[in-house]
Design a protein around this ligand. Structure first.
Ligand code: PXG
Length: 289
């Protein structure tokens, strides 16, 4: 495996960053998780745009253009000869001193691209569906650390993941500070009621997921009524179907929430249909390499 760091490729054993990197010391940086399917990088342009927006928001000046970032991702995939991959693009504030002042990171950002394989959940769960729970840790307040910033600081989500695991579940529903459903630890959430799709709006402490947007794009195309609307736990409990979306997890059905069986207790018809349509979209679209 070859890993890209600041324009050079390193073997896995030698792919190292400084202990003074503020990505490590403070989680000061931004990232993207991206997938490629059959030698096409899915929604690469959208992922790079989101990375650049995260960087803009935290005043992290990335010394590469959008085109150069795309090239770094594509080069990493080519050198590793991967047809289907999970790509982690990381940009940290770089090497500084032990204070948190980012102005001390004078060498510039550390840019890393790792391309590997990933299967987030066992295949069985895609066929049978997940059981998830609502956890006590609420999603970061947008006015404190906006979830639109895909920062390297994922403790908020990791705490929720730990709480889900403590409850014997693989995934957690995180609420916003008002008690509305925000999202899961690394996925967006959708419910289906009477043939309509609902997902929380991005202003509610929800990341505007690229997989989420792809589902909304499919819904628009295929005239499935879809709404970005606030959702309560009650509306999740009484939904006909529920599923999660994310680059790593793709589209995964949910069949139990906080002990309540959702719909018929098995992946719903619309969910299975959307999984199929999402798969079709991934192999037809994206930057070729
Ligand atoms: N919400 C959050 C908080 C995320 O981190 C998504 C939604 C889905 O967005 P995309 O654009 O991927 O459809 C994410 C995705 C993991 C993992 O292990 C997930 C993400 C990042 C890193 C790891 O599940 N982000």
């Amino acid at each position: 495996m070859k890993i890209y760091i600041n324009g050079k490729f390193y073997d896995k054993e030698n792919a190292k960053v400084s202990v003074f990197d503020h990505g490590l010391l403070y989680g000061d940086g931004v990232f993207e998780g991206i997938r490629s399917y059959s030698r096409r990088v899915f929604k690469l342009s959208e992922h790079i745009d989101r990375l650049l927006e995260s960087a803009q928001s935290i005043m992290l000046k990335i010394p590469l253009t959008k085109e150069q970032l795309i090239k770094a991702v594509v080069q990493t995939l080519k050198i590793n000869k991967l047809e289907n991959a999970y790509i982690r693009l990381v940009v940290s504030r770089g090497v500084g001193d032990l204070g948190l002042d980012p102005r001390k990171c004078t060498q510039g950002p550390t840019i890393i691209v790792i391309a590997d394989k990933i299967a987030l959940y066992p295949e069985k769960l895609y066929r049978e569906g997940l059981a998830i729970v609502t956890v006590p840790t609420v999603r970061n307040l947008p006015e404190a650390l906006n979830p639109q910033i895909k920062s390297l600081n994922y403790l908020n989500n990791i705490l929720a993941k730990i709480e889900a695991a403590n409850a014997g579940c693989d995934e957690a529903i995180m609420l916003d500070s008002l008690g509305y459903v925000a999202e899961c630890t690394g996925d967006n959430i959708f419910v289906v009621k009477n043939g309509h799709l609902y997902t929380p709006p991005q202003c509610m402490g929800t990341l505007r997921g690229i997989t989420r947007d792809s589902i909304l794009e499919i819904a628009r195309r295929d005239k499935i009524p879809a709404h970005e609307h606030v959702i309560t736990r009650h509306e999740v409990y009484i939904s006909d179907e529920c599923f999660l979306t994310g680059t790593a997890a793709e589209v995964i059905p949910v069949v139990k929430v906080d002990g309540r069986v959702i719909g018929q207790g098995k992946p719903g018809k619309l969910t299975l249909n959307l999984i199929k349509k999402f798969k079709e979209l991934t192999v037809k679209n994206g930057v070729k390499y």
